[in-house]
Design a protein around this ligand. Structure first.
Ligand SMILES: Cc1ncc(COP(=O)(O)O)c(C=O)c1O
Length: 332
């Protein structure tokens, strides 16, 4: 395997009969989204502008326009943050999605990992006092842990930027612990639109936060990095009809997840409570490979700091698909 920090689940799903490795919503795209994406092709004769999308995100989170930066997926935001300042003590809270860590290293920073012990609840006392950047996921990939907004908020202090990766917050119907609406100095919240809306091939995401920090991040963005189709996706996915459908999807994901969790419990497989579109399960050594031989891809978890190969991350799927995985697990 190449750099474990750069490993992504999509490489495990290739040619698998059943994909439980990638956390993209498995249903069809809504008609209104397809219509918006197709219509965007009529506008590709001019250079793209994300202004309308930026305005829509600002309205969606009830924030001023200058609190928003539309990005080429959440992934671009990590690179922008890594390059924002000569961070003296950047901290990444693990286990979590490793791209922010990799982006910081790529930008030449020495990253300090804070590895939470199971069950991976955030303990603010573990964050070094002198950290000037803290990056945390909420709910966290791959643990599914949803940290209380108040606890994350307690990490804020003068001279520190706290970045919350809320790429999976739209899996929680109430988004109860989201900090996207909170206007305080030093806070940046990153959102992805690619998973909930099933469009990872369109690099659509955004960040909201402290206007001063957002302005600095915008300066580092490559010109026109958000293409016309991505901007159209952001606009469509923050519309009122998207809010309704987004909630319906979150409720569906919750029901599917409960089915998976119950099935794992019935098999006696230790797993963690999740608020996201995946469940972290301790299936035991070698199970990942045996499932793969059976044509079933689950996401290996040993590439995440703080986890080993007894764990796998299982994407939430409709009940009948989940049952195929549970049957395979029972037969191993
Ligand atoms: C936790 C987390 N944040 C961000 C991303 C990147 O999202 P995007 O597709 O919007 O770049 C991913 C992708 O897997 C992820 O798992």
């Amino acid at each position: 395997m190449d750099d474990p920090l750069r490993h992504h689940g999509d490489s495990e799903a290739r040619e698998a009969a059943l994909d439980f490795a990638v956390n993209v919503y498995p249903g069809p795209r809504p008609d209104w989204l397809d219509t918006a994406l197709r219509a965007s092709l009529d506008e590709v004769g001019v250079y793209p502008s994300a202004e309308k999308a930026q305005r829509a995100v600002a309205a969606h989170h009830r924030r001023p326009f200058d609190n928003v930066l539309v990005t080429a997926g959440a992934a671009e935001a990590f690179t922008l943050i890594a390059r924002l300042r000569p961070w003296s003590r950047p901290v990444v809270v693990h286990p979590q999605f490793t791209e922010p860590h990799a982006a910081l290293e790529q930008a030449g920073h020495r990253v300090r990992s804070v590895v939470l012990p199971p069950p991976f609840a955030l303990n603010p006392e573990l964050i070094p006092d002198d950290a000037d950047l803290v990056i945390i996921g909420n709910p966290t990939n791959p643990t599914g842990a949803l940290h209380p907004a108040e606890v994350i908020r307690s990490l804020l202090k003068p001279g520190r930027v706290v970045v919350v990766d809320e790429a999976f917050m739209d899996c929680d119907p109430d988004e109860s612990e989201s900090l996207a609406g909170l206007r305080v100095a030093g806070l940046v919240v990153i959102r992805s639109l690619t998973k909930h809306w099933g469009i990872p091939g369109i690099r659509a995401g955004y960040l909201v936060g402290d206007a001063m920090v957002v302005a600095g991040l915008a300066l580092n963005q490559a010109p026109w990095s958000v293409g016309t189709t991505a901007a159209a996706a952001v606009l469509a996915c923050t519309s009122p009809e998207a809010v309704t459908e987004g909630r319906r999807r979150a409720e569906e994901i919750r029901d599917w997840r409960e089915h998976l969790e119950k099935g794992l419990a019935d098999l006696g497989v230790h797993h963690l409570p999740s608020t996201a579109s995946f469940v972290l399960a301790q299936v035991g050594d070698g199970v990942h490979a045996r499932l793969r031989t059976a044509g079933i891809a689950v996401r290996r978890a040993d590439t995440f700091p703080g986890l080993d190969d007894s764990w796998v991350r299982i994407a939430v799927r409709p009940e009948d698909v989940t049952d195929q995985l549970l049957t395979a697990l029972a037969g191993l």
